[in-house]
Design a protein around this ligand. Structure first.
Ligand code: AVJ
Length: 326
């Protein structure tokens, strides 16, 4: 007889599926973006295991209140949100990260299954194992996937009304037309009885936004520069982090924060078969983080095919949580 102390955690072991290979080939995508006249690196490549931890550290910074504000809004309205959604759906968390935001909803939404999707495979696997230990009564499925271009739901995802959860204003990483196309895909995932719960950061004073992405401790700088280490690992390139510095600022014309890495000196970066030279001062664009207005959010969701949009904000209108019914 196997004692229950040994069996219980095994029963709680969550399912984990790695679908990274089905979507995009990181090497081809990175090589192409780096060879453009205006070189860039898609922001999803921030999230190697260290990058995922640095992002958690960013969320602790006083200058970066997004996650705390979002949590406060959800806490304040969770009763109403849960009543509108109704219990017993399948909770699909896009960019689940450490899964903490979704876990806070478990008691309220009583999901029949929790599906955590993230590109950060190792990090997600670790976090859902811990999550399953803490929530042995929940059915948990982890999926490692780059969901930015297509959202593939394997047959292991349960039937039932879907609640798509896309918190943290990650929607801001998409250019406006891409954001709309992405929301249309979430709308398709919702079927006709589902909901989308979306977090969006709102436009605010430029000084606040500049500081939120260029904090004096340098955590965001480390997060940004770490992308070069991940690119080296994925592409086989030879970026030297010491050759680059962090640049981040709010661009009011496009209503977005931009992050770049800037060459400190002339550098040539090589990877199998190819090289690219950068002059001192040249930049590689690593992230856009669009900031929204409440009306802009409503419009975008309506255009994506959602009906009845509820917007919840904090008293300073710094952040909004939108609940949209399919
Ligand atoms: C996780 C994409 C929402 O854009 O604010 C934090 C990432 N970049 N600091 C954001 C990020 C720099 C973050 N998102």
């Amino acid at each position: 007889m196997v004692p229950d102390e040994i069996l219980a955690p095994l029963r709680a072991a969550p399912q984990f599926i790695d679908l990274r290979a089905v979507t995009v080939d990181p090497r081809a995508e990175l090589a192409e973006a780096l060879l453009e006249p205006h070189a860039s690196i898609p922001p999803k490549y921030f999230y190697d295991p260290l990058g995922s931890r640095l992002f958690e550290a960013i969320c602790e910074l006083p200058e970066y209140p997004l996650m705390r504000t979002e949590r406060a809004i959800v806490d304040a309205y969770v009763h109403e949100i849960a009543a509108r959604i109704g219990p017993g759906g399948v909770l699909i968390d896009l960019g689940a990260g450490n899964c903490e935001k979704a876990e806070r909803l478990f008691g309220w939404l009583a999901p029949t299954q929790y599906v955590a999707i993230d590109i950060a495979a190792e990090f997600l696997r670790d976090r859902i194992n811990v999550l399953a230990q803490r929530n042995p009564q929940h059915s948990i499925l982890g999926i490692a996937q780059d969901f930015t271009q297509t959202i593939e739901l394997p047959e292991e995802v349960a039937d039932g009304a879907r609640v798509v959860f896309y918190p943290g204003s990650s929607i801001g990483n998409f250019a406006p037309d891409q954001a709309l196309a992405f929301l249309q895909r979430t709308r398709a995932v919702c079927g006709d009885d589902g909901h989308l719960l979306l977090g969006v950061d709102l436009v605010k004073d430029k000084r606040l936004l500049d500081l939120a992405y260029d904090d004096p401790l340098g955590i965001t700088a480390a997060f940004n520069l770490n992308v070069l280490r991940n690119v080296n690992a994925l592409l086989g390139s030879d970026f030297d982090v010491a050759d680059w510095c962090h640049v981040a600022f709010f661009n009011p014309e496009h209503s977005r924060v931009e992050m770049h890495v800037e060459a400190r000196r002339d550098v040539t970066v090589r990877w199998p078969g190819i090289e690219r030279s950068f002059a001192a001062g040249d930049r590689i664009h690593t992230e856009n983080s669009y900031k929204f207005t409440p009306d802009g959010v409503r419009q975008m969701l309506t255009r994506a095919g959602y009906r009845s949009v509820q917007l919840y904000t904090d008293d300073r209108c710094g952040f909004a949580v939108a609940l949209a019914a399919a």
